[in-house]
Write a protein that binds this ligand. Sequence first.
Ligand code: ADP
Length: 395
Amino acid sequence: MTDALLVLNAGSSSLKFSVFRVDGDALRPLASGVLEELTQAARFRARDASGKLLDEKAWPAEPALGHAGALEFLNGWLRAHGDGLRLVGVGHRVVHGGTDHAAPVRLDATLVDRLETLVPLAPLHQPHNLLPIRILLERQPALPQVACFDTAFHHGAPALAQAFALPRAITERGVRRYGFHGLSYEYIASVLPQHDARAAAGKTVVLHLGNGASMCAIAGGRSVASTMGFTAVDGLPMGTRSGALDPGVILYLIDELKMDARAIERLIYKESGLLGVSGLSSDMRTLAESSDPRAAEAIELFVYRIGRELGSLAAALGGLDAIVFTAGIGEHSALIRDKVCRAAAWLGVELDPAANAGGGPRISSAASRTAAWVLPTNEELMIARHTRALLTEEH
Ligand code: ADP
């Protein structure tokens, strides 16, 4: 029997998974996929490490498969397809670790109860992240489970970078800047030394540009500042999230437009960002291909805000050795990278257009004072690494 680890990333209506074979010191990706539309007509798709489709399945809308049904199906699928594999642990992506967790932790029922108290800090993500953990604790109590937090990488950021200028009584309730996408940043920090030893030891800004988008200032491998704050709606405009707003806008929406909390939540999480500004789509590919001037405006605003945040994060670092693009847009959109690098010329970034068109990894010219890189992120592998490390430590 070969040992294997399962990585789960549960969202409101989807369950993403990856399976890794534990091969001595190495973790080899075997399969990954998604169960989506869990509250409606669910679909399943799994691919092998080369991207080849392994299996797919669809369910009717009634009865909805739900997260519990999805986990049960996945368990059966893994048993049927994981010939000779023994599942030795499950690593979960959990969005919020609060002020307690600077590192991944082994899960038990008491800890899940504690993590449940963080739901008000991440109401759109935390409950879904915790649901499969509870189900597995109940059904397979002997199976070790580990929580890997999106906030943990930022835990050691300087106190000033975590502070809001609010009265202490509010801060003490946990209202402070946490930062997210930490597993992605941690992964990039772990591979950067292979590409750019100077930047890895020095000052880097990583741009995680996907549907969710944020940027992180990293000094010597540690997070020192991030564009996301108390929640994952702060900072850059995103696919459907507004990014940073003057707090006075929220008061205006309440007082003048008579919007309540849920309506504002919908507005700033689901109806804003690239979708809101373009009125067309939240998808960068669609916008880049569109001739509608509103699509161009949405792209320009996205790039403008990235440029502003880059200046701010470089100030937090007191300099800049490299910028790194990652996630869907960062890895695949030469157009956005081109525009961002041009906006960052004053910071010493000189783009090599041919290298950028080719996808990197280095996209800055040989003479560029500040290097620019494209490095694919791998949050699942980061979770698998943490899970294995924690389970090995305990034996
Ligand atoms: P998530 O935050 O959901 O994980 P991803 O990291 O997959 O998101 O990023 C999704 C975004 O990446 C979408 O806006 C999509 O249009 C964009 N994207 C993916 N491929 C390309 C491409 N070839 N060109 C431009 N944008 C792309």
